[in-house]
Structure formats: structure tokens, C-alpha cells
Design a protein around this ligand. Structure first.
Ligand SMILES: Cc1cc2nc3c(=O)[nH]c(=O)nc-3n(C[C@H](O)[C@H](O)[C@H](O)COP(=O)(O)OP(=O)(O)OC[C@H]3O[C@@H](n4cnc5c(N)ncnc54)[C@H](O)[C@@H]3O)c2cc1C
Length: 286
């Protein structure tokens, strides 16, 4: 374990790989696993091209730890599970009341309550892929004009050190193959199959990859198969697992992008007014 080292590339030398680090350190190994996330330098070198591309959406994500204060304002149905809302002007908002203490975990798995409960939110905004600036709270306030006051309050009262910005990337689910031919360099997670978090599946997919890679190492070290054969199986499994998840995760991202057009904006505004009118009507007649 060499914390703080940045891998910049590798050199294949027969059955061995030499890992190159920015510090000038070089490490020889039997198997290199790129687990360096979206924009992976290692996976890009192995594939001979970037393994994902920006999809024109950017995000501002935050964690509000004053759960009781938000609970008093948020609609009760949001406590049932995560939600993704869309509005005009190409805006989406992910919301989740996150409480690890109430999560459905295996009782034998150890202490469940490792994090404080919080309200998690993620604002999704359309942005030309070439635009470099990431969003901030000022933009969040401007783009969510007309949204429920409690949702805007949630964002505006989140402490700045609990807010992060990010770009949405995705690998191409129609590419003929993921990655590259099996040898002694492989990858897991976002490094090889980036998908937007709108499907809530990317972290789990990375963990499944890691579990399968352990199987590869076991089979190779026990002498059951050679490394290239075990890795070829692994690449096949990763490919089959990730493709549909990328497609599914791109679905909601596409809806957000579509609401940025004037026609979709007008339709959404009309639908919101209709719902508001219906609520006013039913309140006044009951
Ligand atoms: C706001 C947000 C919300 C999300 N919500 C969800 C969700 O609800 N559900 C879900 O499943 N997923 C979600 N995701 C996605 C999830 O976080 C990722 O899919 C997951 O973290 C990918 O894991 P990974 O190990 O492949 O890469 P990462 O977690 O990105 O880890 C890569 C690591 O490699 C390090 N690194 C990078 N380059 C180098 C280098 N050259 N050398 C050495 N180290 C390097 C990085 O510092 C990092 O520690 C969300 C992501 C974001 C940004």
C-alpha cells in the first residue's frame, strides 16, 4: 500500500507489468488492476482511448446533517425511499433521507451505524460538454426558482464543506467490447464502465467487479487456470453486467437533458400548474 502515489501508466514486460508513478517510483507486478475511477489513466492507456466521455450534465451534491429540521419541512412520502424530480430548464434533483441505522443489513455484518443520518441531495444541471465551470449554490438557486421552498432551503442551508461538484460521464453501452483483450492489465468500476449515478448502480457494480476479481486471483493462484484465461472470463462477465446498467442509468439523465428545451419546459410548467390547481380545488371542496 503506497498512499498518495499517482499511477501514470504501465509498461508490459512479458508476463510482468511495470507500474509507473508520478513520483518516479516503478513497481513490477503480475497483475495490474486499474481502479482509478472515471477518466482512468491506466484504463485509457490499456484501451488506447478514453473509456468514458462527459454526457453534458453536471452536478452539485450535498449532505444536510440537521435531519430533524428538514424532516419538519419535507413531504412525508420522501422518507419512504430515494426520489428523482425533474423541472423545466434542464434541472433534476435527487433526494434521499439516508439513515444507515435503519438500513436492511445482515445482523452478523458488524455495527451498522457507521454514518450519521442525513438528507442527501444531488442537483443535476445541463451544461455543454465543453463548458468547464462547475455549478455553485448561486446557480442552484437561480435554476430552481419556482421549486418547493423546503427543497431550496435544504440546498441553501447545507454547509459548504458538505457540498461537492462533479461531472457526469458514461461509457458507450453500444461499443463493440468494453476494455481491451485480457492479458495482465485489467480494471474495475468506473475506470472501465462509468455510468451516471442516476441509476444508483455504479458503486455496487464496482464492488461486484472487485468480488469477481478475487475469484480470478484465487483460480490463478490455485493453478486452476492461467491469468489471461481467467481475465478473459472476467472481462466477459463485467461487460455483460455493466452494459444494461449504463443504459438504465442514462435513462433519467436523458430526461433531465430533454427538459432543457422550451417545449418540454412549457409542458412541465403546464403540468405543475395543473397539479397545483387540482390540489387547490380538492382542498377547497373537502
Ligand atoms: C454525487 C455522486 C453520487 C453518487 N451516488 C451513487 C449512488 O447513489 N449509487 C451508486 O451506486 N453510485 C453512486 N455514485 C457513483 C459511485 O460513487 C462510483 O460509481 C464509485 O465510487 C466508483 O468506484 P470506483 O472504485 O470505480 O472509483 P472511485 O470511487 O472514483 O475511486 C477511484 C480512486 O482512485 C484514485 N485515483 C484516481 N486516479 C488515480 C491515479 N492515477 N493513481 C492512483 N489513484 C488514483 C481516486 O483518488 C479514488 O480514490 C455517485 C457518485 C457521485 C459523484
Amino acid at each position: 500500500m503506497r498512499l498518495g502515489e499517482e499511477a501514470t501508466g504501465f509498461v508490459r514486460e512479458g508476463s510482468s507489468v511495470r507500474v509507473l508513478a508520478r513520483s518516479g517510483t516503478e513497481v513490477a507486478c503480475d497483475l495490474m488492476v486499474a481502479a482509478d475511477g472515471v477518466g482512468s489513466a491506466i484504463a485509457s492507456q490499456a484501451a488506447g482511448r478514453p473509456t468514458s466521455a462527459p454526457i453534458g450534465l453536471v452536478g452539485l451534491a450535498g449532505r444536510h446533517l440537521d435531519v430533524a429540521a428538514i424532516d419538519r419541512k419535507a413531504p412525508p412520502y420522501l422518507t419512504a425511499g430515494p426520489a428523482l424530480a425533474f423541472g423545466p430548464r434542464g434541472v433534476g434533483l435527487f433526494l434521499s433521507r439516508h439513515d444507515p441505522a435503519t438500513a436492511d443489513v445482515d445482523p452478523g455484518a458488524g455495527p451498522a451505524h457507521i454514518e450519521e443520518p442525513s438528507w442527501i441531495w444531488g442537483l443535476i444541471l445541463t451544461r455543454a460538454a465543453s463548458e468547464r465551470r462547475l455549478p455553485d449554490l448561486v446557480e442552484a438557486a437561480a435554476r430552481t426558482r419556482g421549486w418547493a421552498p423546503w427543497a431550496r432551503h435544504l440546498m441553501s442551508t447545507t454547509p459548504p464543506d458538505q457540498i461537492g461538484t462533479y461531472r457526469f460521464h458514461a461509457s458507450d453501452p453500444t461499443a463493440p467490447t468494453f476494455g481491451w483483450p485480457a492479458s495482465n492489465v485489467t480494471a474495475l468500476g468506473d475506470a472501465v464502465h462509468a455510468m451516471p449515478p442516476t441509476g444508483g448502480q455504479s458503486a455496487a457494480t464496482a464492488i461486484e467487479d472487485a468480488a469477481d476479481l478475487l475469484g480470478v486471483v484465487d483460480r490463478v493462484t490455485s493453478g486452476a487456470v492461467t491469468l489471461p484465461v481467467a481475465l478473459a472470463d472476467y472481462h466477459h462477465v463485467v461487460d455483460r453486467r455493466a452494459r444494461p446498467r449504463i443504459r438504465e442509468s442514462l435513462g433519467p439523465a436523458t430526461w433531465v437533458a430533454r427538459t432543457s428545451g422550451p417545449a418540454a419546459g412549457m409542458a412541465l410548467t403546464a403540468a405543475t400548474n395543473l397539479i397545483h390547481g387540482y390540489r387547490t380545488l380538492t382542498r377547497s371542496t373537502t
